[in-house]
Design a protein around this ligand. Sequence first.
Ligand SMILES: [Zn+2]
Length: 385
Amino acid sequence: MATSTKKGRSRPAPAPATDADAAPRYTYHYCGVRPGLAPIGGAGVADARASAINTLRDKWLNGTELTYYFFDQPGDGEMVSLSDGSQRFVSWVGPAPQREALRQAFKVWADLGLGVRFREVSSREQAVVRIGFMIGDGSWSYVGRAILEQAANDRTLNIGWDVTQDLDTAIHEIGHTLGFQHEHQNPFSGIVWDEERVYAALAAPPNRWPRQKTFFNILRKLDTSTVEGTAWDPDSVMHYPFEAGLILQPPKYRTQPLRPAGGLSAQDIAQVRQIYPPQPPVNQMTELRLAESRRLTIAAGEQIDLQVRPTRSRTYQLGTFGEADTLIALFEDVDGTLKYRGGDDDSGEDRNARLQMRLQRGRSYVLRVRMYYATFAGETAVMWW
Ligand SMILES: [Zn+2]
């Protein structure tokens, strides 16, 4: 088993050239997703409240611009130790056709007209999403806002094989980046696995997964509080294909493979549009005046975007009031692009979201408030002062 020398994380070695003669071999090469944010819950948090929070916890505020960067420097990569004890540098820099496939995959999502947007940038400092193409490291992404917890020089998404003929893998990884989890781990799917066959299939090339990784990516059911709706969607781009015989229930998959239709399913599209609906331009957003308390009439899961236009440069407080779980964030309008300036999330805590920030006279800002859960609908408010 190869081990990375960087941070001691375990990584598979690059596949040897003679891989083809290794038997047995499994048909599909799978994404090995990285974690999202830990769900909230436990004593003192009611189920309905935990569910309202957790289904949105990994999602970005609508209107966020997800800038992305492809690693491009000769030193971008890492040393891996091979099983013979030697070490080898493996680059994160991908060939042009691979980068182009990722751009196409971003376009597939962007063409839905979402409120979340994507823009390629040429430096990692400007990027939220940092993409590598490390062969042998599999394809993966962190889930949604867990990306913000990764170190500034690390990848948040990796493509581990040629996706120029496999665009669905690129679309799938961007789905994780948007905050979506694996659909085959939907706890409402009714899937019963032949667990030992699954472990054996995934231990074979090309995946070569240890049991723990197979459990995390396939057998583990997602926490029910994190899942939107209850309908299982075997055509989702977030669903792996499976060879016949790995699934015992529904029984038809004992003898036939499960193959998602390919591309985004109708349910994928409906769900992402619900979470990231199209947004009006800044100058058409309602203005929240200084020291004006505005009652939040939005339902759980919804978001409101308010213009903030200070007439004096000083430090201001911005916050929510009442018994509610909210995520608030402030963006500054810089030449028509909204730049993230700061945010606070009080979900699952007995306090209110609050920001203290210096704002400049004459500039325009947007305060976004996402309501996870309100104990008493309509009895919460937002204000800046
Ligand atoms: Zn995945």
